[in-house]
Design a protein around this ligand. Structure first.
Ligand code: VGL
Ligand code: ZN
Length: 208
């Protein structure tokens, strides 16, 4: 697949807490780094996202008495999976992994920074209506096709790719540049949605 000038690589949440040893470690999460580093030179445009929660965030099980991580609860904007405390603003767990080296990235989108609402997608918070501003940025810059890499395939990468399609962008997920949490069939569920929405899967080795 030929990378064009209007393409952008969006690297989702390659942060310490999602890598081995982190608070919400994705199995083999740091394995995405070498793949992303190898893919990056193909792109003229790179954007990073950073999960960036307040202490006591609504998505933390510890914020809800009697609840455990990986349970789901109902909140004002719908169902919310509860997670271990992770990516708290200003903590080492919220930093990008030290081996991720993308100084050319032109924008860092922080998400989930309001205490009362989570944000899996790089485009909308979990109420599916509050924008992060990324769509406006991409449109204003004339970027039309969005490639996704990072963590986690079945959550933040997946929801970002689906929202990209909803917003009228072409969306390609670089499958080998992602790792999944895989909770209650979440990988199969997101791939069904990819198929329905026209999100494409590609391998980073096929980029040229
Ligand atoms: C993520 C769960 C909670 C992700 C972020 O980056 O996929 N997953 N916060
Ligand atoms: Zn989070």
């Amino acid at each position: 697949m030929k990378v064009e000038a209007q393409d952008v690589l969006v690297v989702i949440d390659v942060q310490n807490d999602f890598c081995p040893g982190g608070a919400l470690a994705v199995a083999d999460g740091d394995a995405v780094i070498d793949v992303i580093q190898a893919a990056a030179p193909h792109f003229e445009h790179i954007v990073l996202t950073q999960d960036w929660h307040t202490p006591g965030h609504i998505s933390f099980a510890s914020s809800h008495a009697g609840r455990e991580p990986f349970e789901s609860i109902e909140v004002s904007y719908g169902p919310q999976t509860l997670w271990p405390d992770h990516c708290v603003q200003g903590t080492p767990g919220a930093e990008f992994h030290l081996r991720l080296a993308l100084p050319q990235a032109e924008l860092i989108v922080r998400k989930g920074f309001r205490r009362g609402i989570d944000s899996y997608s790089a485009f909308f918070e979990n109420d599916h209506v509050t924008p992060t501003g990324l769509a406006g940025y991409l449109r204003e810059r004339g970027l039309r096709r969005v490639f996704f890499a990072g963590l986690a395939y079945d959550y933040c990468v997946g929801y970002s790719a689906l929202d990209a399609r909803k917003l009228g962008f072409d969306a390609v997920v670089l499958r080998d540049a992602c790792r999944a949490i895989d909770l209650h069939g979440s990988v199969a569920a997101i791939e069904t949605k990819f198929h329905e929405a026209g999100v494409r899967l590609a391998k980073s080795v096929d980029l040229s």
